[in-house]
Design a protein around this ligand. Sequence first.
Ligand code: NAD
Length: 414
Amino acid sequence: MKKDNVTRRNFLKNVGLSAGAVGLFAATGKSEKIIQNLDKTKTKEKPEKVIQGFDDTKTNIDTSKKWKQKFDRKIKVGIVGYGACGFGAAFGFQDHPNVEVVAVSDLFPDRCAGLAKACRCSKTYPSLEELVKDDQIEAVFVATDAPSHAKHIMDVLNHGKHAACAVPVVWGSLEDADKLFETVKKTGLNYMMFETSAYHDDVYAMRTLYNADKLGDILYSEGEYFHYVDHYFPSYKNWRIGVPPMYYPTHATAYYVAVSGGSFTKVACLSKPSILKFIDPKKNSYKNSFGTEIAFLETDNGGMSRMGVSWDTPGHPAEAGLLRCTKGTFKGTFQGLSKNLPELRKPSLPPNVSPGGHGGSHGYLTNEFIMSILEKRKPLVNIGWALNMTVPGIVAHQSALKGGEWLKIPQYNF
Ligand SMILES: NC(=O)c1ccc[n+]([C@@H]2O[C@H](COP(=O)([O-])OP(=O)(O)OC[C@H]3O[C@@H](n4cnc5c(N)ncnc54)[C@H](O)[C@@H]3O)[C@@H](O)[C@H]2O)c1
């Protein structure tokens, strides 16, 4: 724990914000600012930066129809993790009419207190491992460090609780992917990955068109997650330092999987060593030298796809994509042969639930997870979708290490 040398208090002190202010920023989807280089071992501080995605709250909602409350019941939720991104409080669980946040946790007492305040909740636990033992809790939102996700989700499920988790679902391990898949199937509980791209306006519209058979067959898809990171970015036990880009592919791969529910079957990925000092293989736990990985993939319908993730290319940041299909093309908007298109704007959210950051996706993810429990159905980004978005990246990185060899991707049919 000591290795994570940015405490939330220092973080807030350095950026000149109170915990409440950050909670508010997160809840309203406004930008959270960070000072780069908060590592206490370094003396130089760089100028403030806005974390990419948190400032992106623009979204297109059909407000003509109000959200209708179908259930009175409140799901009793526990929330874990209030790290550099303040994600535990950023998805509006505390504002949803069908949720009661009964307990929160973070390993750092000051972060735990900040999360409790932001979620207006008085019960806290010193760790996820303690929180999951609380019999009152029915579902847990896991916003911990990415390398811990698989272990934490399994712990939640094995304690008989539904689980939602920030991306990605697993961290570089195909064994964890299989174990988690089996755990979700065995427990019969709901698992949902909070992939923000799944509720970007364009992906929502693409999915609506696809389901209404207005796109036809998807011949070619493209997805990009381009996030220039030339500075120290705080993370628990420094998991962000030198991450192989394709360990974090879901913002890109959602542009196929979260539209069609399909998967990728084969991948060949290329890369070259980065010039950024933050991606020095001698200085990161992954021994990784790649800062940009570009994958070419075969899709389950025999189509083609290009998915890219990059940390070391400045300019034009992107969490974006496009589709070329037999009935038309979606690139920002739809152009093609189909007529009488369905409503493509997102529906209203419950009152007080903000759409939030990352293209106004946060509130929709929470609402979908909660409604899936109440309606006793699979959530949208279920374990199959989550693994079919994440695992191709793990295999893509293996391909890049082999100079771009074509490799088969495991399939998760759920
Ligand atoms: N657009 C997106 O979808 C998006 C954007 C940003 C971050 N994320 C994801 O959100 C997650 C959180 O990001 P972050 O930057 O805040 O991470 P972080 O590494 O800064 O913080 C993780 C937090 O989890 C806590 N934690 C770890 N193990 C715990 C345990 N056993 N019990 C209780 N608390 C524990 C740590 O104390 C720490 O405060 C990551 O998984 C990241 O990938 C997703």
